[in-house]
Write a protein that binds this ligand. Structure first.
Ligand code: HEM
Length: 141
């Protein structure tokens, strides 16, 4: 997959900051994601969603760092790929497309600067994480 350009990384980071600053971004993302399918609801039935929102926020920053080749970020990506794999949480590949749709929708609602370039930057970012996790879905069987 094509790597993000420095300009796309800047656009992404500024959008992420605008979303986080508004406070409702992670709430809206999980609201959309949980509504999106019964399968997703089942996966999160025992999850403390307030904790999970915080975890995902931190994860966004670490994934952003991973996209720049940062060691700590890459180690995080590796750790979550194991956790989401078939032998642990068993997050099947099709669920990631729902995840991505809900993410883009939450950004579009929460970022007042949302436009086609912002959307493109988020799509590349999401695809980078998703490709990594999906590639390793069967890896730890
Ligand atoms: C690139 C996309 C995703 C990222 C960055 C991500 C990130 C994370 C992180 C950081 C954790 C915490 C890991 C830990 O506790 O060690 C987590 C847990 C989890 N994720 Fe994801 N996730 C993604 C996609 C998905 C998808 C598509 C699903 C489908 C339902 C999902 C379901 C879960 C569940 C069920 C947990 C465990 C929650 C708990 O501890 O109860 N994730 N995810």
């Amino acid at each position: 997959m094509q790597e993000s350009t420095p300009e796309e990384r800047k656009i992404l980071y500024e959008s992420l900051e605008r979303c986080i600053a508004r406070g409702k971004f992670l709430d809206r993302f999980y609201e959309l994601f949980i509504e999106s399918s019964q399968e997703v609801r089942d996966k999160f039935k025992n999850t403390d969603l307030e904790k999970q929102k915080h975890t995902l926020k931190v994860s966004f920053y670490l994934l952003f760092m991973a996209g720049e080749g940062n060691k700590e970020g890459l180690a995080h990506l590796d750790q979550i790929s194991k956790r989401h794999s078939k032998s642990q949480l068993d997050i099947a590949p099709h669920l990631y497309w729902l995840w991505r749709d809900c993410l883009i929708r939450a950004v579009s609602e929460c970022d007042p600067g949302f436009n086609a370039n912002v959307e493109q930057a988020w799509l590349k970012f999401a695809n980078f994480g998703i490709d990594y996790l999906v590639d390793r879905y069967y890896a730890s069987e």
